[in-house]
Write a protein that binds this ligand. Structure first.
Ligand code: NAP
Length: 318
């Protein structure tokens, strides 16, 4: 009997073939609604998740045969990993392989917000560009501006490297200082408050934890420059959405680019969608076919190891 696994979303062909060779595979093909993961769990040996569907302690307890949860993504805050560990269920993720792509996306979204790229393109597509006008869509210079990176890990490091190519001054904040990175890149450690006060652009790369929930809220926006641009490519709940709306509406900061929201997808009546200084993207951080395929392959390796009771090559427990 092959082990039974459930994929909460379709996965690139190469990874699917690896799984199908050894498992009985059930895939949730529709992206319209949340997959019925809880219903499937009691009969499963393995579960493959993406970043949206919560996998709670109750769900894990309902699955006596479950050996492994393999997440296609690095952030795993949607999985109760401690409950899984207590029940002897391995949990894997896909760190590192998406850092550069997510850093590229961070920069794309930062530039788009700084230089009005999305509304300017829509302006032309709507056939409203009738004569050259030197006074439209004035943006903010990115080169030689100060970038503040909050949560300087694998992705933050790659963002810093890209910023140096734009001759930016780079400040970073995390709980443990990395003097080796400061020496290697020529970047500067700053306290949380100094980073908020001095940065022209702030990018978020912390994991979603109890400590980082609403890390950026009313008080933090008040410390930022009125010209500041915030890029959240970490997780939606890292930013308090009500405070962000007020900050953007009242000019406490200039603009925001959000790769992630709380919840996802963002509800159609969310007030953030009424603002013309908020760019909102559908969680595109690692979204290239090459990277998503590499992530899926790592997830397949984790899954197959976990099903055999072997240590996962990429375990969230280290
Ligand atoms: P990582 O290497 O673990 O880096 C996270 C960094 O955050 C670490 O340097 C950590 O340093 C810092 N940190 C943790 N808690 C903090 C806190 N309370 N205050 C300040 N800094 C804190 O993770 P990564 O691979 O770069 O990924 C980061 C996150 O990005 C993931 O967890 C995921 O949620 C998100 N992500 C999003 C996308 C997307 O598509 N939008 C794609 C990939 C990843 P210290 O421990 O020293 O504080």
């Amino acid at each position: 009997m092959k082990p039974k696994i459930f994929l909460t979303r379709p996965i690139p062909e190469k990874a699917l073939a690896m799984m199908e060779a050894e498992c009985e595979v059930d895939i949730w093909h529709t992206s319209e609604i949340l997959p019925p993961t809880a219903e499937r769990l009691p009969g499963l040996d393995g579960l493959v998740t993406y970043s949206h569907e919560p996998v709670t302690a109750e769900m894990i307890a309902s699955a006596p045969n479950l050996k492994v949860i393999s997440n296609v993504g690095v952030g795993y805050n949607h999985i109760d990993a401690e409950a899984a560990r207590a029940q002897g269920v391995a949990v894997g993720n896909t760190p590192g392989v998406l850092s550069e792509t997510t850093a590229d996306t961070t920069f794309a979204q930062l530039l788009a917000a700084a230089r009005h790229l999305v509304p300017a393109s829509i302006f032309v597509q709507e056939k409203r560009w009738t004569c050259y006008d030197p006074n439209i869509f004035h943006g903010f210079d990115v080169h030689h501006a100060t970038l503040g990176i909050i949560g300087m890990g694998r992705i933050g490091y790659e963002v810093a490297k890209r910023a140096l190519g734009f001759d930016m001054r780079v400040l970073y904040y995390k709980r443990t200082r990395r003097e080796d990175w400061e020496a290697a890149l020529g970047i500067e450690y700053a306290s949380f408050d100094r980073l908020l006060e001095e940065s022209d652009f702030i990018t978020l790369h912390v994991p979603m934890t109890e400590e980082t929930h609403h890390l950026i809220g009313k008080e933090e926006f008040q410390k930022m420059k009125p010209t500041a641009i915030l890029v959240n490519i970490a997780r939606g709940p890292v930013v308090d959405p009500a405070a962000l709306y007020e900050a953007l509406k009242n000019g406490e900061i200039a603009r925001a680019a959000l790769d992630v929201t709380d919840p996802e997808p963002i509800p159609m009546d969310d007030p953030l969608l009424t603002l013309d200084n908020a760019l909102i993207f559908p969680h595109l951080g690692s979204s290239t076919l090459q990277t998503r395929t590499r992530m899926a392959t790592m997830a397949a390796e984790n899954l197959l190891a976990g099903l055999k009771g072997e240590p996962l090559p990429y375990s969230v427990f280290g």
